[in-house]
Design a protein around this ligand. Structure first.
Ligand code: ATP
Ligand code: MG
Length: 560
């Protein structure tokens, strides 16, 4: 399997985007300069879809010795907040990228953009429309029928200049007027039908305060910002393909030089059993349906970090699916596979018991204990060994014992033998039940010659169980996550709100025991709990109360 991932990332490393870039380099376009940008709107936390964009934006610059800017596309003061800017920066760094001193804001260009708009008015390429959004929409036409001209389309330059200045100075109410590009209401491309390029917003902006009462629309701001920054390749998702003629139109009409940024579109990342839009994630956060933006069940970057996913696993996953021109929905289990593959190499093995059943080893001396040496990671010898305490009483997993086991059950049962990992072979001779018939204690004997490294260390038994010593065990809260939605495509139902598909059992909190060595583990440290899965320490964990997240189970628990 690991070969398969490497091979496919190898094969896809020259994706169609890089093929275009190499074409441009071969033609010595922009003197061979490569400059990309990642342009998030600071209106929420980043999700795994953004990681796909970040990898191609920063990754392309890295691969071709170019640069990548971080540009906050902050043109809507109503939805944007400084908290989001800080989280976005933290998340990009965690993914392993650095924009160095190239941190820009579209709001840095408000003066220039305004000057361009004035310039457009002077050239007859823009006009102030006094109609409201409904009237404007009603004149748009359909893809097969041309729209109709606004009654304000033929306003004089003079009047347009005066009104636009009035808009800028806050003389008009929000929604009462807009500035539109004067292009063609009959264009087959709906985006070219006199798009709105400025709107009135009176809310203060997180950087420019009350200076502006008008804000540029995405289409007007984006291409120009790319131009100002000398971007050579403006990579974005497929929904912007239809905007490209407009992107080029503004630049062609406003810029004198021959340099042009080139917009290239690729497919969005979609993953089963998740929603992938900041607006929807924000709804879940605001309505308390999840515990914040970094809830480990969400595929936000902060949620994945908190859950124990590694940046490398996210990158390997994205490389394994690649960049194409075709929209698709990828299986969540592919992501989990990438996480397991990476953690298998990196995570120290420890023992934890999540549903404890007490074993008493009746021939082991009371009050004594000993230290057993055990390997930290069989995949990586350099991670060394540690000592774990063994004593007369240990916990095993409740489902590792059966009163009346079938023949093929290779775990513990009456008169059966198993090995306790890194310790001894034990044999069950008795067990105790409470009044309800629940087994509360299992009695075994141990064979002291079977100690790892001892005379009969190699004696074979069918099963090896994980365990923790009762007097040495640390109590731990363990959070077990399941898919957040019950439907593979919660967003794909026109009639039903995506929130109707929330899985009521997506979080289970249980209490278990872990081995002594975890006493000093710190938030984000990750481990493999032998036989169970990968777990990490949650940020809410304290010295008095350890809290773990299950990152992913060892076996695939996803049915679809
Ligand atoms: P959302 O709908 O989640 O808010 P967005 O596209 O509005 O996403 P932006 O902050 O505007 O978010 O996006 C920044 C960059 O990330 C854009 O270039 C956008 O194309 C890219 N991006 C956003 N979502 C995805 C996705 N699911 N897959 C790949 N790239 C994405
Ligand atoms: Mg957006």
């Amino acid at each position: 399997m690991s070969d398969r991932i490497e091979e496919s990332s190898e094969k896809k490393s020259l994706n169609f985007i890089h093929a275009f870039v190499e074409e441009d380099i071969a033609e010595n376009k922009n003197e061979g300069r490569i400059h990309t940008r990642f342009p998030p709107e600071p209106n929420g936390y980043l999700h795994i879809g953004h990681a796909k964009a970040i990898h191609i934006d920063f990754g392309t610059a890295e691969k071709y010795g170019g640069k990548c800017n971080l540009r906050f596309d902050d043109t809507n003061p109503v939805k944007e907040e400084v908290e989001y800017i800080d989280s976005i920066k933290e998340d990009i760094k965690w993914l392993g990228y650095d924009w160095e001193d190239r941190e820009y804001y579209t709001s840095d260009y408000f003066e220039e953009l305004y000057a361009f708009a004035v310039n457009m008015i002077k050239k007859g390429l823009a006009y102030v429309d006094d109609q409201g959004p409904e009237e404007i929409a009603s004149q748009k036409g359909t893809p097969t029928n041309p729209g109709t001209d606004s009654p304000f389309k033929s306003r004089s330059v003079e009047e347009n200049l005066n009104l636009f200045e009035g808009m800028k100075n806050g003389e008009f109410e929000e929604g009462s007027r807009v500035l539109r590009a004067n292009i063609d209401m009959a264009s087959p491309n709906m985006h070219m039908r006199d798009p709105v390029i400025y709107r009135i917003i009176h809310s203060p902006h997180h950087r420019t305060g009350d200076t502006w009462k008008i804000y540029p629309m995405y289409d007007f701001a984006h291409g120009q910002s790319d131009y100002f920054e000398g971007i050579t390749h403006s990579l974005c998702t497929l929904e912007f393909e239809v905007h490209r003629p407009l992107y080029d139109w503004f630049i062609d009409n406003l810029m004198e030089e021959s340099y042009r940024p080139r917009q290239i579109e690729f497919n969005r990342l979609n993953i089963t059993y998740t929603v992938m839009s900041k607006r929807k994630l924000l709804q879940m956060v605001n309505e308390g349906l999840v515990n914040g933006w970094d809830d480990p069940r969400m595929l936000t970057i902060s949620g994945m970090r908190r859950r124990g996913y590694t940046p490398e696993s996210v990158k390997n996953f994205i490389n394994s699916i690649g960049y194409t021109k075709v929209e698709a929905i990828n299986d969540f289990s592919l992501l989990e596979f990438a996480v397991k593959e990476d953690l298998n190499k990196k995570a120290p093995r420890v023992m934890g018991v999540l549903d404890p059943l007490k074993i008493v080893i009746t021939n082991y001396p009371e009050g004594e204990s000993e230290e057993m040496e055990t390997i930290n990671n069989p995949e990586d010898e350099s991670m060394g060994t540690r000592m774990i305490p063994f004593s007369r009483e240990v916990y095993i997993e409740r489902n590792d014992f059966m009163e009346d086991p079938p023949r093929k059950f290779f775990r513990l049962g009456p008169d059966r033998e198993v090995r306790l990992k890194s310790a001894y072979i034990i044999k069950c001779h008795d067990y105790k039940k409470d009044a309800d018939g629940t087994i509360i204690e299992v009695h075994c004997t141990y064979d002291k010659d079977t100690k790892s490294g001892g005379a009969e260390a190699n004696r074979k038994v069918k099963g090896t169980l994980h365990w923790v010593s009762v007097p040495h065990a640390l109590k731990a809260e363990v959070r077990i996550y399941d898919r957040l939605f019950t439907d593979p495509d919660p967003d794909g139902h026109k009639e039903t709100d995506f929130k109707k598909f929330l899985n009521p059992d997506s979080l289970k909190v249980i209490s278990g025991y872990v081995e002594r060595s975890l006493a000093n583990a710190k938030p984000l440290d990750y481990f493999q709990f032998t036989r169970l899965g990968y777990f990490n320490i949650d940020k809410e964990s304290t010295a008095n109360k350890l809290v773990f997240n299950r990152t992913v189970a060892l076996r695939d628990t996803w049915k679809g």
